[in-house]
Write a protein that binds this ligand. Sequence first.
Ligand code: ADP
Length: 387
Amino acid sequence: MGNSNDEQLQRQRKRFLHREKAVSKQLKEFETATSSLPIGIVMLGREQRVQWFNPIAANYFKFRGNKLNETTLEKLLVQHQLKHILPQLQEGKSVIISAPGDQATALQVKLVELSKKRWLLILDDVTQEQLLQQMRQDFIANVSHELRTPLTVIAGYLELLSESGIVIAPSHRTLWDNAFNQLHEHTWRMQRIISDLLYLSSIEHEKSSDSEEDWIDIEVMLHSIRGSALMIDAQKDLTIKIDCQRGLALLGDDQAIYSAINNLVINAVKYTPSGGTIHLVWRDVAVGCQHCPDFCQKSRAKKGAILAVSDNGVGIDAQHLPRLTERFYRVDKAHSRQTGGTGLGLAIVKHIFKRHNTQLEVSSAVGRGSCFFAVFPPNRVELKSLK
Ligand code: ADP
């Protein structure tokens, strides 16, 4: 009896050792695989404490020794003065930072939740992509600068010619008038494109700390925008209604915010046929924009205030929506040029909103209209009694 018990124990021990060997072999293979991955990985456990990291992550974060088990993700970020990125990581967003161990390396950081007690911090080197993007932005800014001067000269001479009282033979009059009008119109269009490109590159380069921010009375701003929008095409007989929460102020750069809302309103005027209605909304997001019930309702789950420009115009087919804020992307090129658009308006709005910690969203249906909106976070919104 004793013998068979011993044998059973021996067999169990062997099985256990065998399994232990297999597990540690698998663990080694996993470590080799993750070590040779071209990305940094930090595994986080309970309370987001660092449990394990691969050599690339160690390099990016200057990890030394084995004392890291006591470090939580928050402490790690504080230590490298990156605490500000924590809320965005926790919202599932990816953030681009300079690697703490090497400032010249741009890292895209993302926090992936594996379970309630397990996370992966993924660190991807995007230095090359960032450099390429920087080169592209610099190139556009330089070309625009270079073109601005000769265009100003051409525009100046055109102005001079139109005022010079030059006498044209009657047989050439029509040809001259046509040529002159076309020259005038295209020069003006090119000047607008260049000025939009320069503005876009200036806001792309600007850090949010560079701009002057103050509490803006959006209601006053909307009334002023409404006044000039009604004059763009008075024959269309559009109705522009303002739906505002009294005293609700936005912390931001007022010139930039004015330019963003103005762009959206000009578009609404351009793409809404005669007799249409445009609503300008600025309210607590819980109330929502009530003018397009099936459009922007999903935003009501968020916190903060909604700014919306909603129209009952031509609308946009769903296939175009993801590309709408790309530079020069137009749904109908001919119509857009005819209405004097540069194709840069929404790209500008997108960047201005991004600098104000929000994003431009669009809901639309062909033939029913469009709603362009953004939800500003609670730290940028306050109920004030403004004069
Ligand atoms: P554009 O100068 O061509 O208006 P934008 O960047 O402002 O350039 O807009 C890009 C495209 O989005 C427009 O060409 C148009 O097709 C579409 N668009 C913008 N706003 C509206 C709107 N309110 N209704 C319908 N289409 C719109």
